[in-house]
Design a protein. Structure first.
Ligand code: NAP
Length: 286
């Protein structure tokens, strides 16, 4: 039975990146739909549910992508509401690569330090990737400083993560001011910089002055980088006593997780691969 992935993208043009990864993961056919809204879901999902017999439903799966993570979550809800009983197919959500990228970053940090009880800082934590990195660090038991240029946005991110991880230990931080950035960095062990492309978030002198720092990860691949002095290709490179990763250094692991999650979709017909499940898939690869 040929393996078919139905790509539901919230952007007008379905992501070519996600299509290429699907082909490289060995999927036979990718059916791509763009500008998908919850109103479009029912017929698209019925086409997946009612075409193959129960024993073959694990050969069809759904991938939800697109730049807008909130829109992606709404599609996921609409997709799962369309299923009933055993008549369903597996579904993965990775809008903007947020789940696979955050998983790769947190798993990289976990290789070098135990995260439980550890002080972590996520810079620019309000974006799709940053928010999921906060969620995964909190799930691992870290105390997470959630940084943004705006304290209000940082607090909103804390509220969203606390809803998903009730035990989360989170502190909202404003990092637009020098004083705010200094106190956010104080005594942290892990930093993940999840800022927009081409935005510097932490000067090198400030990073070097954090004596407790053991792992520094920058996800921004467009110069200037988020953590100045951490190179894009760094992969467990020691700099001033901290193990550093740049965006390409994390990118290889992200791709492995993305492909492994796509392959996992076709093992059973009733899986929902969200932030947490994708992280567990990544952890099993490590
Ligand atoms: P995003 O939504 O574009 O931006 C994240 C946050 O950056 C924003 O919420 C904002 O936080 C802050 N920001 C935006 N413009 C800024 C500015 N001019 N100055 C200071 N801060 C600014 O990013 P994302 O989609 O979550 O992705 C995060 C990073 O991961 C990006 O650099 C992306 O390219 C990268 N990425 C890497 C990989 C990989 O495999 N390495 C994969 C996917 C994504 P506040 O407004 O709250 O301050």
């Amino acid at each position: 039975m040929r393996r078919i992935l139905i790509q539901l993208d919230t952007d007008p043009h379905p992501s070519t990146f996600d299509r290429v990864v699907a082909v490289d993961a060995g999927i036979d056919e990718v059916f791509s739909y763009g500008a998908v809204t919850p109103q479009d879901i029912e017929p698209l999902v019925h086409g997946a549910m009612f075409t193959r017999g129960p024993q073959d439903l694990n050969s069809t799966a759904i991938f939800i992508g697109g730049a807008d993570v909130t829109a992606g979550e709404k599609l996921l809800e609409a997709v799962t509401e369309t299923f009933f009983g055993p008549v369903r197919v597996s579904v993965m959500v990775d809008s903007n690569g947020s789940n696979s990228t955050a998983a790769a970053a947190v798993l990289a940090a976990r290789k070098h330090v135990s995260l439980s009880g550890t002080g972590a800082l996520v810079l620019a934590a309000t974006g799709p990737v940053g928010q999921r990195a906060v969620q995964l660090l909190a799930m691992e038991g870290a105390s997470v400083r959630v940084a943004s240029r705006s304290l209000q946005r940082a607090k909103q991110t804390c509220d969203a993560v606390a809803a998903a991880v009730p035990s989360a230990r989170l502190t909202a931080c404003e990092t637009a001011s020098n004083g705010g950035l200094e106190s956010a960095c104080r005594d942290v062990v892990v930093i993940i910089a999840a800022g927009a492309a081409g935005v510097e978030l932490l000067p090198a002198e400030r990073r070097r002055s954090i004596r407790t720092l053991k792992v520094a990860i920058d996800l921004n691949a467009v110069p200037p980088f988020g953590l100045t002095g951490v190179e894009m290709t760094d992969r467990a490179v020691e700099r001033n006593g901290a193990i550093c990763y740049g965006a390409i250094g994390i990118g290889g692991r992200k791709m492995k997780i993305h492909k492994a999650a796509l392959q996992k979709l076709f093992e059973e017909n009733d899986q929902v691969l969200d932030t947490e499940v994708i992280y567990r898939i990544g952890a099993a690869l490590a």
